[in-house]
Design a protein around this ligand. Structure first.
Ligand SMILES: [Zn+2]
Length: 166
């Protein structure tokens, strides 16, 4: 199956990455995320983020990118409304009930542990942000298939914050 080759390749990439000593002093999860991102040759401007940004822009919202001082480094931040948005890949962040969050057929224990770390970290970051007064919104990659629905969801979200305007 293509999946298996893909994961074998990803495993090798990670091994090379670790062996290269590139992660000294770095958080393991972010190293993995970085490795994954690098493997996608997308850098920080992954496509789903761009799509969400241009939608927000069309809706008239002003935002900032990747506030490194915030837990989890949210993909988009709207400082005026204290909103932090994460655009999550369904697979890596385990979108519940989503077909894209499949479990690889080999090395199950390895992947389960890795996924668990990601999910726990996401929950931790959300908690820290909310404690600091941020409103956190997670947009799943699969939601980008239906932009009209996503726009409705964003509108609802902002309206619930009573900030319907810009
Ligand atoms: Zn999904």
């Amino acid at each position: 199956m293509g999946d298996r080759n893909f994961f074998a390749a990803e495993g090798r990439r990670l091994a090379v990455f670790y062996a290269a000593g590139n992660i000294a002093g770095m958080d393991t999860v972010s190293a993995e995320k970085r490795s994954w991102t690098m493997s996608q040759v997308k850098g920080r401007d992954t496509k789903p983020e761009k799509v969400v940004r241009s939608l927000l822009h069309r809706m008239g919202y002003r935002f900032r990118l990747h506030r490194r001082d915030l837990p989890g480094v949210p993909d988009v931040v709207l400082p005026k409304f204290h909103v932090a948005i994460f655009v999550h890949g369904c697979f890596w962040h385990r979108h519940q009930g989503c077909g894209r969050a499949s479990m690889p057929s080999s090395n199950v224990a390895y992947w389960r542990k890795k996924f668990e770390r990601n999910v726990n970290r996401d929950a931790q970051c959300r908690e820290l942000l909310e404690k600091a007064g941020w409103h956190v919104l997670v947009i799943w990659e699969c939601e980008l298939k239906d932009m009209a629905a996503l726009q409705c969801r964003l509108t609802d979200f902002f309206e619930k914050l009573r900030i319907g305007g810009k």
